[in-house]
Design a protein around this ligand. Sequence first.
Ligand code: ADP
Ligand code: ZN
Length: 524
Amino acid sequence: MADGRALEVLRRVFGYDNFRGQQAEIVQHVIDGGDALALMPTGAGKSLCYQIPALVREGTGVVVSPLIALMQDQVDALTELGVKAAFLNSTQDFARVREVERDFVSGELDLLYVAPERLLTDRCLSLLERGRIALFAIDEAHCVSQWGHDFRPEYLGLSALHERWPEVPRIALTATATAATRHEIAQRLGLEQAREFVSSFDRPNIRYRIVEKNEPRKQLLELLTQEHAGDAGIVYCLSRARVEETADYLVSHGIPALAYHAGLDAATRAANQARFLREDGLVMVATIAFGMGIDKPDVRFVAHLDLPKSVEGYYQETGRAGRDGLPATAWMAYGLQDVVQQRRMIDESTGDEAFKRRSAAMLEAMLGLCETVECRRTRLLAYFGEISSPCGNCDTCLEPPQAWDGTEAAQKILSAVYRLWKERGQRFGAAHVIDILRGKKTDRVAQYRHDELSVFGVGADLSDRDWRSVLRQLVAQGLLAVDHDAFATLALTEGSRAVLKGERRLMLRREPVRASRSRDSTPR
Ligand code: ADP
Ligand code: ZN
């Protein structure tokens, strides 16, 4: 437990009554000079874990933070509380830099925020030699992970801090926490001996929903108008073009939306971000370039129009919703095209084989979350090594999808693809194969005389939607491939054979039929 000083600072300086979760333990451990690796979900209160020890211990707490915009916010907030805080980064003029340096050396600062690339310069390291350091805090520590989506090469150099100041306690903090990332952080930052504090990653107020993607923008609009009218939220899209289109679409339907992506100039990005933080009820349509470190407590929804690359990414992005603890929605529209697109991006990436294998494994886990018939939260937390029971606050808990034996349906699709290729030497895309199975005499079917195939009409018992769902699940599981050509033609894979021969039974997910779309939404 924290000694009196920590609690006194918490109350006097920050105005909070009590520590939350593991804060007290972490704070005390660092005050006592221990190294710590703290893994806490977004919104759990990581900042206090180093701010309070910095105030209690002799000297200045040096905070490594990757985001310049964030430093300014943090320093402003601390200054308002009467804490002596400053930052050093490239936005300052030389006179200001000199002033901050002087304050540090004369021991006036409680906290000094520094960007990693700056920290490792000779000038900065020799500055640190001249002052007294209370602790090093390494924020967003997952940036050291080369496999992660936020990799910052400069983070790799941070182990130098320990070599130079072995007696100064270090605390690394992150909201990303698979066992693998945790291990990697500890190893790369030389924190193997540090005590690990792992908080639960559950965000009980977030309702997770993943829906079949049909007309994504229309589906999004429905979500916003029917369930989140007037709410602030973030919509994530994969590409800059899609961000622009989606923002325009929302605006043209009366929703106040802004765009954010790396293709916009810095001034526009900063202005849009500032508006989103300051004004009520704005919707930010963005690529994943937006969001790290954004502290807006009343984000009521996070919507994904495209599939994230990994469960970590999904968790981080959805975690920006509901930081105030009130009900919030994490919604995603997901379809076959997402699987195809993500696979293609991996195949076409310039990374080496190991990178591709890891990316593919991360994608598999993400697809598993999309296709599960179990509780989404259970699945999500299991990814972070936590065991939990069904939550009652996700789509699969509220409207359980059925699991059904899709072996026969799968065999029908696979044999249609097989026969087209074997008997005709042809390959076709999903829509046409579904037409054949359903026995639809389209112009194309007539043109190619596909009604003469033995598989024509064998799938009349299922709807188009059912077939699309089966097909998507086969592709997600790697039992059927979609070519990366312009026609997105279907092809069998290694795994197809076992299903075709009946050696493997397939349990599939049947999408729940939505009687009323907003039936499960809690009125606010
Ligand atoms: P994180 O960095 O983990 O996402 P922050 O450090 O930004 O989280 O804290 C999230 C919010 O919770 C902030 O508004 C912070 O002031 C608040 N907070 C943190 N600790 C406490 C506490 N012990 N009691 C009340 N509020 C807290
Ligand atoms: Zn659930």
